[in-house]
Design a protein around this ligand. Structure first.
Ligand SMILES: Cc1cc2nc3c(=O)[nH]c(=O)nc-3n(C[C@H](O)[C@H](O)[C@H](O)COP(=O)(O)OP(=O)(O)OC[C@H]3O[C@@H](n4cnc5c(N)ncnc54)[C@H](O)[C@@H]3O)c2cc1C
Length: 533
């Protein structure tokens, strides 16, 4: 058995960061295990997300259990399975969340997680390449973040339309205030995706003699001696290997796989584990609970006017033009965020901060054999949803075999407040899309459709058509209560030598997308591990 100081399981948004920082000073031997491959060509070109969202070469391709809130549909739950994890396949939008999100975590009793505490890590991780407040934005971190100008007429029209209904343009929603509409800040620079694989596991980092990276390595069990975690058992092809961790194991498998690995290792709800023949090593009832995600219905709009949408620009000769533009100028459709325009809005006056997110895709897509493809019909899509849903689901293993996908149950809309806010978000989307500035585009609502006027009709459509925006969190929740899985230093309650560091530790959803806060969690986790060493 080989020995290391630290073993990091999962090289995703958080795990790649942890492995980088723990191996940075050269004093510690670090093993990074990643189930997926070391690379894949489509990870570099931003538009590649459309090629990877249904691609088993780089994606776990989970799906949820059928439930009433999804009209018994199984929703796709894509997750990156490659160096860089979901940061290597995601939609490339960069959103930190609100100061209130982190202050809320601290108020729940998680010392060290207030906005003032996490801001230094947000600044440390990024190299923000646009004008901004230097007290809030980082300028020399590993992750390049850009803020593209609203060049396309379709974005200019929506920004103007939002202004007409009282939503101002805010050029830096990751700065002092989140309110308003803006082009999505992007983990894209020099026409390339900025994943944690490319930014934190660059060639120089990979050459560090004290960092061992094993890809194609599926962690199947944590090795436990009583309540101490001493290493990891993992599978590479047909070979089963073990590695010993002298100091700690850090599980960074993401919100689906981290609770799965704890349960496979006998840490979780005793009855559930026993029913699968797994020896209970430590009872921890919160493992796999508190699952939250953004249930985000995509409203669909027909655009009568030519030349505005990706359906014109991304097909046939238009696509050739976009390819040339990408090669010559490094921008356009191929170098774009999945939802290039977004608005953070308030459902009502008197709120301290925005509670709804709207995101625009300047095209209509249909399912194709290898992922979504642009439809023949010209149009645009606007998703609209509450940012901090209260509804909670769970993820649990159904087998003692690590290769069996866990069961994912979301319980969307279980909270009436979530349903109410979803309706409000869709109504605000309608107000923007039908504002005077949109007139030149000759807009017509396709879905939910002009007949869906009552709240009930809108929710009925949401159940039939809603999807997530792929932001599962919270399944190894941080906290001090009996249902918490890790403490504020991300140590698994009741087990020594074991932490979880990824999106699963978030107690609540942050206000927006989850890649940036997860990278922050990786930075902060590594700092805490080093402090505790
Ligand atoms: C399609 C898609 C689009 C998204 N779009 C955006 C966006 O535009 N902006 C945004 O901010 N967020 C977006 N997100 C969400 C964001 O990317 C995730 O929240 C974030 O990457 C989660 O990071 P993580 O470290 O928790 O997990 P991951 O990044 O998923 O990393 C987990 C890693 O662990 C590995 N692993 C898991 N289990 C094991 C095991 N047993 N053994 C070995 N390795 C293992 C996995 O293969 C993976 O590489 C998107 C996500 C997806 C999937």
């Amino acid at each position: 058995m080989r020995s290391f100081d630290y073993i990091v399981v999962g090289a995703g948004s958080a795990g790649a960061v942890v492995a980088n920082r723990l191996s940075e000073n050269g004093r510690h031997q670090v093993l990074l295990l990643e189930a997926g491959p070391a690379g894949y060509p489509w990870t570099h070109i931003p538009i590649g997300f459309a090629k990877m969202i249904t691609n088993p070469a780089v994606n776990w391709l989970y799906s949820s259990e059928p439930e009433a809130s999804t009209n018994d549909r199984r929703l796709p739950v894509p997750r990156g399975r490659i160096l860089g994890g979901s940061s290597a396949i995601n939609g490339l939008a960069f959103v930190r969340g609100q100061a209130q999100d982190f202050d809320g975590w601290a108020q729940m009793g998680n010392a060290g997680w207030s906005h003032a505490d996490v801001l230094p890590f947000f600044r440390k991780m990024e190299r923000y390449e646009a004008p901004g407040d230097d007290a809030l934005r980082g300028r020399d971190g590993p992750l390049r973040v850009t803020n593209p100008p609203p060049r396309e007429p379709i974005f200019q029209a929506v920004i103007k339309a939002a202004g007409e209904v009282g939503i101002p343009h805010n050029p830096d929603y990751n700065g002092a205030t989140q309110d308003g509409i803006a082009m999505s800040q992007a983990t894209i620079a020099a026409r390339q995706r900025m994943s944690t694989a490319s930014c934190y596991l660059d060639a120089a980092t990979r050459r560090r003699p004290n960092l061992t990276i094993e890809t194609g390595a599926l962690a199947e069990r944590l090795l436990l001696e009583g309540t101490r975690c001493t290493g990891v058992r993992y599978r590479v092809g047909d070979a089963v290997r073990e590695a010993h961790a002298g100091r700690e194991v850090i599980v960074s498998g993401g919100s689906i796989n981290s609770p799965q690995l704890l349960e496979l290792s006998g840490i979780g709800q005793p009855e559930r584990l026993q029913s699968l023949g797994i020896e209970v090593m430590h009872a921890l009832p919160g493992v796999g609970e508190n699952l939250r995600d953004h249930y985000a219905p995509r409203t669909r709009w027909s655009v009568g006017a030519r030349g505005y949408t990706n359906n014109d620009r991304g097909r046939g000769l238009g696509l050739v033009g976009q390819a040339l533009r990408y090669v010559l100028r490094g921008d356009g459709l191929l170098a774009s965020v999945a939802a290039p325009l977004r608005a953070f809005v308030r459902s009502r006056e008197g709120l301290e901060a925005p509670d709804l997110l709207l995101g625009w895709v300047p095209g209509l897509t249909v399912a194709g054999p290898s992922g979504p493809k642009l439809s023949a019909e010209r149009g645009m899509t606007c998703y609209a949803h509450p940012m901090r849903p209260e509804s909670k689901g769970h993820i649990h293993i159904t087998s003692a075999d690590a290769r069996t996908p866990p069961a994912i149950t979301f319980n969307f809309l279980a909270s009436p407040a979530d349903a109410e806010l979803t309706v409000t978000a869709i109504r605000i989307a309608r107000r923007i899309m039908t504002a005077p500035a949109m007139a030149p585009l000759q807009i017509r609502e396709l879905a939910p459709g002009p007949d869906a006027t009552t709240d009930d009709a809108i929710i009925d459509w949401v159940k039939r058509a809603g999807e997530t925006t792929y932001h599962p969190i919270g399944t190894c929740r941080m906290g001090q209560d009996p249902m918490a899985v890790v403490d504020a230093r991300l140590r698994v309650h009741g087990i020594t030598g074991l932490r979880v560091a990824d999106a699963s530790i978030m107690p609540t959803l942050t206000s927006g997308n989850t890649n940036a806060p997860t990278i922050m969690i990786g930075e902060k986790a590594a700092a805490m591990v080093l402090e505790d060493a």
